[in-house]
Design a protein around this ligand. Structure first.
Ligand SMILES: [Zn+2]
Ligand SMILES: [Zn+2]
Length: 126
């Protein structure tokens, strides 16, 4: 009989401990929820401006390839100059004196080219 009483006592203790755990757990969940709310509130105000691509980004969602940009400017240059830089030009090709527009980093002629370089966004505060 002693054994049964003993084990009943043990069960009671375990149940008691369980209820402590359960209440601790719901405390933690409440805490987590309040953190999540804080986090969501902060998120709305934490947009930063990237110094590379000049767009607003969320630092929380930033990743190593989220920023596309060119490392040099888009502008006009003569074909002669372009070829001397990109294809070791002969300087004698037709239209070599003609000016055309391109990105000076990669030679892309599309002004809307999103970028030849990928990096994480970087703000002026970093
Ligand atoms: Zn480029
Ligand atoms: Zn960027």
């Amino acid at each position: 009989m002693d054994f049964i009483l003993d084990s009943k006592e043990r069960v009671r203790k375990v149940e008691e401990e369980n209820s402590v755990f359960v209440s601790r757990l719901s405390d933690l969940e409440r805490e987590r929820e309040s953190h999540a709310t804080q986090y969501n509130n902060n998120e709305k105000h934490s947009l930063r401006t990237c110094k590379n691509c000049k767009t607003q980004y969320d630092p929380v969602l930033n990743h190593p390839r989220s920023c596309r940009f060119h490392t040099a400017h888009f502008g006009g240059e003569t074909r002669r100059k372009f070829e001397s830089v990109y294809s070791g030009g002969t300087m004698n090709s037709p239209d070599s004196g003609k000016v055309f527009q391109y990105w000076h980093c990669c030679g892309s002629e599309d002004p809307f080219d999103p970028g030849c370089t990928a990096a994480p966004h970087s703000s002026y505060d970093d």
